[in-house]
Design a protein around this ligand. Structure first.
Ligand code: NAD
Length: 347
């Protein structure tokens, strides 16, 4: 298939593109390049790409693709909380517009990166795709709105699929240090402390970035009737863990580290345990990576590639990096690239 991957220069996209290419797909990327140079170690080979802001995509740019995998977004709660209107602009309005233009261009499959955080504070029971959606942040709300609006575009020629990914972990050359396992391992490598700011009790379903890539590849190959207009939770019940469980896996992976659950940030309202059986039954998807294996992988990659404090706290943490690009005059207040500005923030 000829596949357009938006957000291909992000954390997940950088892992996903080689997986899709290995399955024989002809991949083109589309990204505004916010994190293009935020690489730990060797720069990966990117596919051919369209350097454009999602908000400015044209129908002509979408012509000739069999499928669109839509990853591009302001990708976490802190970004969403600081700039809710920009989050809705990019994550909601531009995403729905992208789907509409893709349909107009004759794209038949639209695979959307949604999130399990649409379930919000769901408590102890396992949530299925039919559970009520109770987003508690602008980021999660933006994902719910896209699902609602894009469902309405489905017809015999246009198949949207909503992959509600658990929180990702694992090494990507375009690292993110602001997701829980990657963060705990990095902090432990740099300080020998596994520091949990909450009381450690919230449930967090986790899934490796490579497993997310494989879920999208599985959806590209699946018969239309198995996926048409469906939402799938992406992950595995084995990785429904509390933050304290995750932290203990990090202590085991990072030699000489010790656990410190400070509780200083108070109770975290985001807590949910997720049922992943629908994707297993409909498309045979099974996540392979465990959290202890992911913690080991991260420890090895961080130490082999020489993770520094500056990288960890700034370059690989989405919010400070975007603020740096804005302060350097590379992005404007709406997070659009300023014409004629460079691409790299000063060190
Ligand atoms: N990483 C996770 O834990 C996780 C979990 C669930 C869902 N998701 C979703 O998966 C997707 C990818 O996540 P990620 O972790 O790779 O995020 P990321 O921040 O690493 O990558 C997002 C990419 O989108 C691009 N982008 C952002 N705004 C853009 C715009 N206006 N125009 C063009 N490109 C733009 C960025 O440049 C970046 O390359 C996101 O939609 C995210 O919400 C991620």
């Amino acid at each position: 298939m000829r596949v357009l991957v938006t957000g291909h220069q992000g954390y997940l996209g950088t892992v996903m593109v080689p997986v899709l290419r290995a399955e024989g797909h002809d991949v083109v990327g589309l990204d505004s390049g916010f994190f293009a140079d935020c690489v730990l170690g060797k720069l990966p080979g990117d596919p051919p790409g369209i350097a454009v802001d999602l908000r400015d995509v044209t129908v002509e740019q979408l012509a000739g693709f069999d499928a669109v995998i839509h990853l591009a977004a302001l990708s976490n709660d802190p970004l969403g909380a600081l700039h809710p209107e920009i989050t809705y602009d990019i994550n909601h309005h531009a995403s729905v517009r992208l789907a509409r233009l893709a349909k107009e261009a004759g794209v038949r499959r639209f695979l959307y990166a949604s999130t399990c955080s649409v379930y919000g504070a769901a408590g102890e029971d396992l949530v299925t795709e039919d559970a009520p959606l109770k987003p508690i942040t602008p980021y999660a709300e933006s994902k719910v709105r896209v699902e609602d609006d894009v469902v309405a575009l489905a017809d015999a020629d246009f198949t949207p699929v909503f992959l509600r990914n658990a929180t990702a972990f694992g090494f990507s050359p375009r690292l993110r240090a602001d997701i829980v396992l990657n963060n705990l391992v990095g902090y432990a490598v740099l300080t020998s402390e596994v520091k949990v700011l909450s009381d450690g009790t919230p449930w967090r379903p986790l899934v490796h970035a490579a497993d997310i890539a494989s879920a999208f590849a599985t959806c590209l190959a699946a018969p239309t009737e198995s996926i048409h207009c469906r939402a799938f939770n992406i992950g595995t019940e084995a990785n429904n863990l509390t933050v304290a469980d995750i932290a203990r896996a990090v202590v085991d992976a990072v030699p000489g580290s010790r656990l410190n659950i400070t509780g200083e940030s108070g109770a975290d309202p985001r807590s949910y345990r997720v049922d992943f059986s629908a994707a297993r039954e409909a498309i045979g998807f099974r996540a392979a990576w465990s959290v202890p294996a992911g913690a080991q992988e991260l420890y090895q990659e961080y130490t082999a590639r020489g993770l520094t404090s500056d990288d960890f706290f700034h370059r690989f943490t989405r919010l400070p990096h975007l603020e740096k690009l804005r302060d350097a005059g590379i992005l404007d207040e709406s997070m659009r690239r300023i014409v004629g500005a460079g691409v790299t923030a000063p060190a």
